[in-house]
Design a protein around this ligand. Structure first.
Ligand SMILES: Nc1ncnc2c1ncn2[C@@H]1O[C@H](COP(=O)(O)OP(=O)(O)OP(=O)(O)O)[C@@H](O)[C@H]1O
Length: 824
């Protein structure tokens, strides 16, 4: 399957109605599905089928395959713009999306598709209107029976008797005169009691009487009757899409700008109808699905699609695909048309890609809880798809052989496949460029209990009020056309190019049928009534210069191919023994260059969508189909043995499919090799990176070590110097100490001598006093005497005459510090 589950933009409680089938990504309406083998036939190509009123019992029963689908697609109407000199891009659109609009109310490019077109539906028959929006016939939607079944509402009891018809007539089918009005479809939400399982299962009182057949609506209590293009009460979103979406999507595919917006009070179902949920896909997923189906069904064209997604919150624009980018602004070009810049646009090639993009954008949207809606959109969101297309000159109608010569010479031996470039440089045709805008407006609300919600509400209401004023001015019947205040809000600035005339516009007015919401519903209906009067003159946009992205990409591919040719044509290396290595590396470089150019060409080509590659993408998701024995037999039988042209064609088709398979397997091989090459490159890059990191770390360590060493050395030197200083100091101290020691010893000696002499003297005196010994007795033997004398301790230093002693200053101080009484 090429469809991935579609995740809705907003979270909704699953519809009370079980889906008719499990919800694939962007599931098609069962009404849109083809009959054969579940395969899908373009809903756009089979609009006839949609117009058939489905059986009452099963309003979404698959229609029979339209034979028109099998007709050669060349029968499609070819529409060419007759561009005047002033048809150069009149408005500067989004970056890379310049467009040439055709001025004038009677535009030569405003073409009504032929009713007999196989793409556009059946010949004008019952219910197939002509002209205006009706040029693309309307389809029926769900019946009252379904609505009643879904809502569990007794129509008689609720005053909705008029809904009891199983078929609805096409409302407001045709408008002539080259002018269209805005298409307005009212979508009536189920009553609250049916939305929440928590709510009592009683029947909500309904304030409105709805007649889906005539598109009329009136309050039970009386009051004005409102008439719209269509009214849908069914829960299934397919019904709304059929009424107000599909025609516009088709128009967009044909080169018309188209805008669909949902308007209504908060919680009335705007997001539900636009985005829906997996079980009940909304307008956006259905539109995307149809866009891809249209491409599948138009092999004569090639397409380039891109998408953008932005929101307006509190009058500030935010690019939902690139929310961190700088401020997004609305600017005006020289034609005074507003455009948004800068805005990220992404080229998309599959539905799954678009679904992913929508999911990404939705995650960045502002939502909050209000008194009325658990997840209320607090912003207006604008999802846009830009569609570029052009005729494929190399297209050969179904059944014919692929005969066009390739525009790019291939390398010898390269397999020529139908995927070779389709357009040679210089043969580019006119490009159609259009934009489909799907806008989910924030809900208007009268009052809310929360502060933040209140300020948001003020912005929301202001922009909606400005929208109303703009609509009022546009529909004014005053002779002098009033000023249209587009400028007063971002929303109206963005809508200006569409509302001012050259786009197709549909408004889905959503309403809550409860009496509690009557005032808001009335104001929604009044708005819808007014907007219906806006007259449009939609024009088909064609671009003849190279402003279209499709042309730019094609030119780029041509340039790359030229480079590729030049690289391939480069003379082969002249190997010489001496220069063998250099030559080898040159050849390697050349091969890499070729590979790179081929990859680039392939990458750019893959952005283009054709019925062929879209189908290939879809099939590549399926398991490979074995070649049937019949085919093998036929392809191996000698050519010419089948004489009929039919047989020959079948053979050729088989050959073609073999070549395609071969091509596919080669592409796969290329992809595999590329992946291997990238992996190898990555591995070697990783290895080199690791090496460099290691080296770097080592260098860092070395650098740091170098530093540490330096630091250590510095410290060491410092320590050494300090040590030296200390050594000197120590030496000084030691010298001083030595000196002091000497002095002390000297002093001791002196004292001892002094004591000895005193002792001697004393002893002499004693002797002389005792035996009259002479006082000149020798002091020899003083020491033993000193040691032995018990009286020595009693010798008082007081006897020493300090003044007589030879002390140094230091010695004196030492003695002083010792507290000796010598100095006292
Ligand atoms: N037709 C419907 N069928 C079933 N459920 C619906 C339908 N319309 C709305 N709902 C439910 O009603 C609730 C509110 O719907 P939704 O969020 O779409 O309203 P809203 O108009 O977008 O509100 P807001 O302006 O606050 O964003 C949702 O839970 C949604 O599922």
């Amino acid at each position: 399957m090429d469809r991935m589950p579609f995740v809705p933009v907003r979270k909704h409680k699953p519809s009370s109605t079980p889906p008719t089938s499990p919800g694939p990504c962007f599931p098609r309406s069962p009404a849109l599905a083809g009959a054969a083998g579940g395969s899908f036939l373009s809903p756009l190509g089979s609009s006839t089928a949609h117009n058939r009123l489905p059986p009452a019992a099963d309003p979404f029963a698959p229609p029979a395959t339209s034979p028109a689908l099998l007709s050669p697609p060349t029968a499609a109407p070819r529409i060419r713009a007759k561009l005047t000199p002033s048809a150069a891009p009149r408005r500067k659109a989004l970056p890379g999306a310049e467009r040439a609009d055709v001025p004038g109310h009677h535009s030569p490019v405003k073409v009504r598709p032929a009713a007999s077109s196989p793409m556009l539906g059946a010949p004008n028959g019952a219910g197939a209107p002509a002209g205006g929006f009706g040029a693309f016939p309307k389809v029926t939607s769900a019946s009252l029976a379904q609505a009643q079944h879904e809502w569990g509402v007794d129509a008689a009891a609720t005053g909705m008797q008029s809904l009891q018809l199983s078929e609805r007539r096409v409302v407001n089918g045709g408008k002539g005169g080259g002018r269209d009005n805005v298409l307005v479809c009212v979508r009536v939400r189920p009553p609250a009691a049916k939305l929440t399982s928590a709510a009592p299962q009683g029947v909500d009182e309904l304030a409105w009487q709805v007649d889906e057949r005539s598109g009329k609506l009136q309050q039970h209590a009386g009051g004005p009757e409102y008439t719209f293009d269509s009214i849908v009460t069914a829960s299934r979103n397919e019904a709304v899409y059929a009424e107000a979406g599909q025609d516009l999507v088709l128009a967009a595919m044909e080169g018309f700008d188209a805008v669909i917006f949902a308007y209504g009070q908060t919680a009335s179902g705007k997001t539900y109808v636009l985005s829906g949920n997996e079980a009940n896909p909304g307008i956006i997923p259905q539109a995307v699905s149809d866009i891809f189906s249209y491409i599948r069904d138009h092999p004569e064209k090639e397409f380039l699609l891109r998408a953008s997604y932005l929101e307006i919150y509190n009058e500030t624009l935010k690019d939902l695909l690139d929310p961190t980018a700088g401020p997004v602004k609305v600017r005006q070009d020289e034609q005074k048309r507003f455009f948004v810049h800068p805005l990220r646009e992404e080229v998309v090639t599959t539905e799954a890609q678009v679904a992913a993009l929508l999911r990404r954008g939705a995650e960045n949207r502002h939502v909050g809880q209000t008194d009325f809606n658990e997840r209320s959109s607090r912003s207006h969101s604008v999802f846009q798809m830009t569609i570029e297309s052009r005729d494929d000159p190399s297209f050969a109608p179904a059944g014919s052989v692929f005969t066009s010569p390739p525009s790019t010479p291939r390398r010898p031996g390269a397999i020529q496949t139908p995927n070779t470039p389709r357009l040679a440089p210089g043969t580019d045709g006119v490009v159609r460029m259009s934009r489909l805008s799907l806008i989910d407006l924030a809900g208007s609300e009268q009052a809310t209990s929360q502060m933040e919600r209140r300020s948001e509400g003020a912005f929301i209401n202001k922009s909606l009020l400005t929208l109303e004023k703009v609509i009022a001015s546009l529909t004014s019947e005053a002779k002098q056309k009033p000023h249209v205040p587009y400028r007063d809000s971002k929303l109206t600035q963005i809508l200006q190019p569409s509302l001012s005339g050259d786009a197709r516009v549909a408004v889905i007015a959503t309403m809550n049928p409860s009496p509690a919401a009557i005032e808001e519903t009335k104001s929604t209906l009044k708005f819808a009534q007014r907007v219906k009067k806006v007259v449009l003159k939609a024009v088909q946009h064609e671009v003849v210069d190279d402003k279209a992205l499709i042309t730019k990409y094609r030119s780029h591919i041509a340039m790359l191919e030229a480079q590729l040719r030049a690289t391939l044509a480069a003379p082969p290396g002249t190997p010489s023994q001496a220069d063998l290595v250099a030559d080898h590396s040159r050849q390697q470089k050349q091969a890499d260059r070729v590979h790179d150019l081929e990859r680039q060409v392939e990458e750019f080509r893959s952005l283009f969508l054709t019925s062929q590659n879209i189908e290939k993408r879809r099939l590549s998701a399926l398991p490979p189909r074995p070649v049937s024995p019949v085919k093998m037999t036929r392809s191996s039988s000698p050519s010419g043995s089948d004489s009929t042209l039919q047989e020959r064609l079948l053979d050729l088709e088989d050959e073609l499919s073999v070549v395609r398979e071969e091509r596919d397997s080669l592409s796969d091989r290329v992809a595999q090799l590329e992946a291997e090459r990238l992996a190898a490159a990555e591995t070697s890059t990783d290895a080199r990176l690791a090496e460099l990191t290691k080296e770097n770390q080592e260098l860092l360590v070395i650098a740091r070590n170098a530093d540490v060493e330096g630091e250590l050395k510095r410290q060491e030197r410092k320590f050494e110097r300090t040590l030296e200083r200390y050594k000197v100091y120590q030496e000084g101290l030691e010298a001083t100490l030595e000196q002091e020691r000497k002095r002390v010893a000297q002093f001791e000696r002196f004292i001892l001598q002094h004591l000895a002499s005193q002792t001697d003297l004393l002893a002499g005196r004693r002797r002389s006093s005792a035996a009259h010994l002479p006082t000149s007795a020798s002091v020899t033997g003083f020491a033993p005497l000193l040691a032995e004398s018990p009286d020595l301790d009693a010798i008082s230093p007081d006897f020493v005459e300090l003044d007589d002693l030879q002390f140094s200053q230091a010695g004196r101080e030492t003695i002083k510090r010792s507290g000796s009484r010598l100095l006292l």
